[in-house]
Design a protein around this ligand. Structure first.
Ligand SMILES: Cc1cc2nc3c(=O)[nH]c(=O)nc-3n(C[C@H](O)[C@H](O)[C@H](O)COP(=O)(O)OP(=O)(O)OC[C@H]3O[C@@H](n4cnc5c(N)ncnc54)[C@H](O)[C@@H]3O)c2cc1C
Length: 423
C-alpha cells in the first residue's frame, strides 16, 4: 500500500520505519525544515548542544531502546549523571533534597503525620507498571487522588512539579500521575550527540518531505489525498502523527467521524513551554537546581558549570543556565519576540537565584518555545485511548494516544504501523 505519514516526530518516524519494513511505500510530510519534532536539539558548536524538548530516555522505554538497537544507535546513549541536589524554595525557606519526591529528603516538607501515608503510597507505586494503558481510577483527577495521601505533598511537591511542565493536578488523570511517578524509578540516559541524532538516522532510511505542512486531507472512497504546499497526492492510507491542536486543521469529523468524537480529538489540549538557555566561558560558583514553590512564574532554574549538562552538553570550562517558565507563564510569553521573552525569564529567575550573571554577559542566549509541549492527560483520557482501535485508512499516532513521552510516541507509531498489516 502507499501510505502518507504526517509528522516526522518520534511517532511518525517510527510508524514510517515499521511500515517500510512491512513492505509499504511510505512518504513522510514534515512542516519543519528538520525531523525529530519535540526531540529537536540546537547545536551551538563542537560538543555544545541543547536538547530543546525531550532531554532523556529511561530504561523503561523498551520499544525505543529496541528500535535504537536495530539501528545501531544504542551506543550513542550515555547514562545520565546524578543531578545536582534540588533546592526547593517553599514559602521563603530553602529545602535541600536529591531525588525528590521519592527519598526521605523530600519528605522534610511533609509534616510528620502525613509521612507514613506518603511512604506507603510511594511503596505501592513501586509495583506499578509504568507507561501502560491502565484505566483504573482514570476518571478521578490527580489532586483528588492525592488528597487523602498528603495535602502537603500535593501542594509543595507534586502540584508544582506537574503544573510546571504539564497542567494543574486537578486537570490531570490520577492514572497519569501514578504512571509518571512509577516511571521515575528507572535508569536515565541522554543521547551523546543530541536527542534528535537517532531520529535523523531513522529518517535517513525514509522518503521524508521537509517544509511540507499538510493543509488538508480528503477522502474519496477508499483513497485518501494529502494536500501539502497546495499539491495533492493520493494514498491508500494515512497516519496522522501530529498533536491534535495541529491536526485539527485537517482531521475533521467529515474525515474521521467515529474516533474524532469518541477520542474527544478536538478538545485535547497541550501545555505550552518557554525556556531560556544561557551559556558562557567560566565556572559557575555553585551547582544549583532550584524549583520555586509553591508555584511561581518559573518552574525551575538550573545554573551549573559545563561538562555534561542536564539538557544536552556544554563544553568543559563553560557554565550554563536553563530557566523554564511554568506553563501558564509560558503561554503568556508565547507571542512576544525572543528578546522580550529572554528579558522576562531572566528577570524572574534572577529574583530566585541571586548572582545570576546579567543577560547580556552570556555568549549564548537561546529562547525555546513549544506551543504544544506535552498533552494534558485529563480524567478519562486513558479510558478513551484504551477503547481506540486503529482502523485504516486513517490512523492516529503520537504521544497523546499513549503517554506524554518518547516511549509513548514510539509505541503509538508501532501500533499505527501494525494496523495496516503487511504491505
Ligand atoms: C520541553 C519538553 C521536554 C520534554 N522532556 C521529555 C523527556 O525528557 N523525556 C521524554 O521521554 N519525553 C519528553 N518530552 C515529551 C516528548 O518530547 C514527546 O512526547 C515526543 O517527542 C512526542 O513525539 P510525537 O511524534 O508524538 O510528536 P512531535 O514530536 O510533536 O511530532 C509531530 C511532528 O508533526 C509536525 N507537524 C505538525 N503539524 C504538521 C502539519 N500540518 N504538516 C506536517 N507536519 C506537521 C511537527 O512539526 C512535528 O515534527 C518533552 C517535551 C517537551 C516539549
Amino acid at each position: 500500500m502507499r501510505i502518507g505519514v504526517i509528522g516526522a516526530g518520534a511517532a511518525g518516524l517510527t510508524a514510517a520505519y515499521r511500515l517500510t519494513q512491512s513492505g509499504h511505500r511510505v512518504t513522510v510530510y514534515e512542516a519543519n525544515p528538520y525531523v525529530g519534532g519535540r526531540t529537536h536539539s540546537e547545536h551551538f558548536g563542537p560538543g555544545h548542544h541543547l536538547d530543546t524538548g525531550a532531554g532523556w530516555l529511561t530504561s523503561a522505554y523498551t520499544s525505543t531502546l529496541a528500535l535504537f538497537d536495530e539501528l545501531g544507535e544504542r551506543e550513542r546513549l550515555q547514562p545520565m549523571r546524578a543531578s545536582a541536589p534540588a533546592e526547593l524554595l517553599v514559602e521563603g525557606k530553602v529545602y535541600l533534597g536529591t531525588g525528590l519526591p521519592r527519598t526521605p529528603a523530600g519528605e522534610h516538607i511533609v509534616p510528620a503525620d502525613e509521612r507514613e501515608r506518603l511512604r506507603n503510597w510511594l511503596r505501592w507505586l513501586e509495583g506499578y507498571p509504568p507507561l501502560g494503558y491502565r484505566t483504573f481510577n482514570d476518571q478521578e483527577n490527580a489532586e483528588a487522588h492525592l488528597a487523602p495521601v498528603s495535602p502537603a505533598a500535593t501542594r509543595y511537591l507534586f502540584g508544582p512539579m506537574f503544573e510546571g511542565l504539564f497542567a494543574p493536578l486537578s486537570e490531570q488523570s490520577a492514572e497519569f500521575l501514578r504512571s509518571w511517578i512509577a516511571a521515575s524509578r528507572a535508569q536515565y540516559f541522554q543521547v551523546h550527540e543530541g536527542m534528535d541524532a537517532p531520529w535523523k538516522r531513522v529518517a535517513s532510511h525514509l522518503d521524508v518531505r521537509l517544509n511540507a505542512r499538510v493543509e488538508m486531507i480528503r477522502q474519496g472512497g477508499t483513497r485518501m489525498e494529502v494536500v501539502a504546499n497546495s499539491m495533492g497526492t493520493e494514498f491508500d492510507g494515512i497516519v496522522a502523527a501530529v498533536p491534535p491542536p495541529a491536526g485539527n486543521r485537517f482531521v475533521t469529523r467529515a474525515i474521521e467521524p467515529r474516533w474524532v468524537a469518541q477520542l474527544d480529538y478536538e478538545q485535547i489540549r497541550y501545555s505550552g513551554q518557554c525556556r531560556l538557555y544561557l551559556a558562557m566561558p567560566g565556572d559557575a560558583p555553585a551547582r544549583l537546581h532550584r524549583r520555586a514553590l509553591p508555584m511561581g512564574l518559573i518552574a525551575s532554574v538550573e545554573w551549573q558549570s559545563g561538562g555534561q549538562g542536564a539538557w544536552g552538553k556544554c563544553p568543559g570550562g563553560w557554565q550554563w543556565a536553563l530557566i523554564c517558565g511554568n506553563q501558564a507563564y509560558s503561554t503568556h510569553l508565547a507571542d512576544l519576540p525572543d528578546d522580550e521573552v529572554a528579558g522576562h525569564l531572566w528577570t524572574e529567575a534572577a529574583k530566585l537565584v541571586p548572582g545570576l550573571p546579567p543577560l547580556k554577559s552570556w555568549n549564548v542566549r537561546h529562547v525555546v518555545r513549544w506551543e504544544q509541549a506535552v498533552p494534558t492527560m485529563a480524567p478519562g483520557h486513558f479510558t478513551r485511548m484504551a477503547a481506540y482501535q486503529r482502523r485504516p485508512p486513517l490512523v492516529f499516532a503520537g504521544d497523546w494516544t499513549h503517554q506524554a513521552c518518547i516511549e509513548g510516541a514510539v509505541r503509538s507509531g508501532e501500533a499505527a504501523a501494525e494496523a495496516f498489516g503487511p504491505g
